[in-house]
Design a protein around this ligand. Structure first.
Ligand code: ADP
Ligand code: MG
Length: 723
């Protein structure tokens, strides 16, 4: 058997693949949300009183009264069984950033041998997964290891269909018995409540009388790669780490830009159609899809929804994507950087805050009054990004995302805000007191005329900014493709809540000195800009000049790796941000640090072990086979009196030796022990990662030297282009 057997077999399996038959897709109105237990459906099947209780819980994020849960549970069970479900599951979102489920049957034992189904109200409200093995960052001692899940009535239940049948899935929070949040959903719900409290203070001071609950919205753009599963099976790195740890650059990569927005290959189109139909059934509003920059890379963006639902939908979408891809013979890679030298995948988190009475508070609006509210909310974001930039960096930190940030394909690891020329000049004028001078006249201009004519220009974008205003929302562009959107949303909500609180206290003072609201707003924003305006930046975020200016002149932090970013969870301002907004306890914040640090260390160690393994069992033997074959040929040539150029042979020997020397160093490094996660993370970033790269350089050089027939691993050109 030749040594490239697995690789050749993968190529032949793909080439001889029989296409998936595609069922004709059904009209949207026939499938839309058919697998969701929607509010409308509940209204149909519940009594008026029961429905009122659920609706109140749904709109206000309150816990449902157990008595009211009884009829809801009965109706939900009947509906689920009519959809073919035999099981139910509370889905929850542990600190790993993924989702988790435990399935229970509706069936209960009966004495007469008949199958009886049951689903009591208390089963709906509360579940008890044996969650002791979920990372909890020390929030649970082993003797109280169990946590419990509780239904989040603000996110509707749905049917999940897999090859094993249908299951009723109930979105839930996950808590310890002492009430500590063990998940990413609880803080998101609490952060919305914090936004409501603080926004209300500001809106009241601005004279608003009717103020509906303020909360956040999110629309996330998801990038991903599709690679044939046969290739993945032949690459231990893709299979276990989700990214290639070896692989030489292909002759043709993405330099032609011919993939971006190009025609979508048929096989991919079939996948997308199938996948999007599934999303529609689940009530997930998939809106756009297109090819991305890199070959084999795509994007899907659902329409925005309220943050809590968007976050649940994001998780469900990622799961559905991966399952559907599998059915089409693809692996859907959500890793931030599956291929070195080829663009990685991000997840732009579009975020806004608003309510039913004042509308979107990050939209400049059409009246001077709306403009003022907007300026305050926008100012709150500027202060938030400046004061809590390191937190924004920490919530998107992972070993995988470190490969993208600052690598000229994604924003740098320095947090700044992009406002667009027009808005930036308004804020700069406020900062420099230009507008206050005008206030001496009878009517203050405030530049509002300018703002009134403000039109959201989608062309006015700065792709190099990590945090950009895009006309009626901010786009957090530094998030990674596999990141949960919950943690960035929590950070954004927390920072705006804190800033709005600060604004409310200043505004109150300013309004004591003037009854002109515009003037009061300018007084507050001038102070805000003088303290935090350094975070506003409209230039090229990729440039070396910015890196220097940001750090040296503006005092912003550049946190290139997770090891640099995560310790900021322990910063006293950041801990205070979470505790003062009632989003997390100090212990809860610390647990987030512990778990994220552990995840970082574990993923780097898994990669390092894979590097050792692949270098030793696949690449080194291929190099030896190459050396044997060429030196054999050289010997024969010599016996014929011919002289063979053996420079490539020498290079092969040098890289094979370099590879094995690197492996020896890495193996030794992996045996080290550390007292703190901080020290261990530093070692991963400063020693393990560079060693992996050193080995990779030898491995990739060997790929260019070893005969194609002897090379065991599917190559970049093959994985990216053969579909
Ligand atoms: P682009 O690629 O130009 O950034 P897309 O249309 O692909 O734009 O994605 C923009 C995302 O922002 C979509 O998910 C969209 O629904 C979402 N979005 C639009 N308006 C808002 C808003 N007010 N709040 C939050 N998200 C929004
Ligand atoms: Mg975008």
């Amino acid at each position: 058997m030749s040594s490239n057997f697995a690789r050749m077999q993968a190529i032949s399996a793909i080439t001889n693949r029989v296409a998936e038959p595609v069922e004709a897709t059904e009209p949207l109105e026939d499938i839309w949300a058919t697998d969701v237990f929607t509010l409308t459906l509940m209204e149909e099947v519940l009594t008026k009183t029961a429905f009122k209780a659920v609706k109140k819980a749904f709109l206000n994020g309150e816990t449902l009264d157990p008595a009211a849960a009884e009829p809801v549970a009965a109706a939900m069970k009947n509906w689920a069984i009519s959809k073919g479900a035999k099981f139910f599951s509370h889905i929850f979102y542990p600190l790993t950033g993924r989702s988790a489920e435990k399935h229970d049957g509706f069936i209960i034992s009966s004495t007469d041998g008949k199958a009886i189904t049951e689903f009591a109200g208390e089963l709906l409200i509360k579940g008890e997964p044996d969650g002791s093995s979920f990372p909890n960052g020390g929030l649970r001692t082993t003797n109280a290891a169990r946590g419990y899940t509780a239904w989040d009535p603000t996110s509707p239940a749905y049917i999940q269909r897999t090859a094993n049948g249908a299951t009723l899935v109930i979105p839930s929070v996950f808590l310890s018995w002492t009430g500590e949040s063990l998940d990413t959903k609880t803080p998101l719900l609490r952060s919305n409540a914090a936004v409501d409290r603080s926004a209300r203070k500001v809106l009241e001071l601005m004279g608003e009388e009717e103020i509906a609950t303020v909360s956040s919205s999110c629309g996330a753009e998801q990038e991903y790669f599709l690679v044939d599963q046969n290739f993945v099976n032949a690459r231990p790195d893709l299979l276990l780490a989700g990214r290639t740890l070896f692989g030489a650059a292909p002759a043709k990569g993405q330099e032609f830009d011919d993939h971006y927005f190009g025609a979508i290959p048929t096989r991919v189109q079939n996948f997308m159609q199938d996948f999007e139909d599934k999303l529609y059934r689940l009530g997930i509003p998939a809106k756009t899809h297109h090819n991305e920059v890199a070959p084999g890379q795509f994007e899907i963006a659902p329409y925005y929804e309220s943050a809590n639902i968007a976050a649940d939908h994001q998780q469900l979408m990622m799961t559905t994507m991966q399952q559907t891809a599998k059915a089409h013979g693809f692996a859907c890679l959500l890793h931030e950087k599956p291929f070195a030298g080829i663009n990685g995948s991000g997840k732009h988190v579009n975020w806004s805050v608003g309510n039913a009475t004042q509308g979107n508070l990050l939209d400049p609006g059409d009246t001077p009054h709306q403009n003022l509210n907007f300026l305050l909310f926008c100012g709150a974001v500027i202060r938030g990004v400046h004061k809590y930039g390191p937190l924004l960096r920490a919530v998107i930190a992972s070993a995988a995302n470190d490969h993208r940030l600052g690598a000229n394909e994604a924003p740098p690891a320095i947090l700044s805000v992009y406002l667009g020329d027009q808005l930036e000049s308004i804020f700069k004028d406020i900062q420099n007191g230009k507008l206050r001078k005008k206030a001496k006249g009878k009517e203050m201009d405030l530049g509002l005329k300018q703002l009134l004519s403000f039109t959201a220009d989608p062309g006015d974008r700065n792709r190099t900014s990590p945090f950009a205003f895009t006309g009626n929302r901010f786009e957090f562009r530094a998030c990674g493709s596999s990141n949960t959107v919950s943690t960035p949303l929590v950070a954004m909500n927390a920072m705006i809540a804190d800033s709005l609180d600060w604004i409310a206290s200043r505004l109150k003072k300013a309004l004591a000195t003037t009854d002109n609201k515009s003037e009061a707003v300018v007084i507050v924003l001038q102070e805000l800009m003088q303290k935090h305006g350094v975070a506003v930046f409209g230039g090229d975020g990729y440039s070396a000049k910015w890196h220097k200016e940001a750090v040296e002149k503006r005092g912003l932090l550049n946190l290139p790796t997770t090891a640099d970013a995560l310790p900021y969870y322990k910063d006293k301002d950041i801990v205070k941000l979470f505790t003062s907004t009632d989003i997390l306890s100090a212990k809860g914040v610390d647990a987030r640090f512990e778990v994220a640090a552990e995840q970082y260390i574990m993923s780097i160690e898994v990669e390092a072990k894979l590097v050792v393994d692949m270098a030793t069992t696949q690449i080194y033997p291929a190099a030896l086979a190459q050396i044997a074959s060429v030196s054999g040929a050289a010997g024969e040539a010599e016996s014929l009196g011919l002289e063979l150029d053996t420079s490539a042979l020498e290079e092969t020997v040098a890289h094979a030796n370099g590879l094995s020397a690197g492996v020896a160093k890495l193996k030794k490094a992996l045996t080290k022990h550390f007292k703190t996660p901080e020290a261990h993370m530093r070692f991963c970033a400063d020693t393990i990662c560079p060693l992996m790269l050193e080995i990779r350089e030898h491995g990739d050089a060997l790929e260019g030297l070893v005969s194609d027939e002897l090379w065991p691993l599917p190559k970049y050109a093959e994985m990216l282009n053969i579909k």
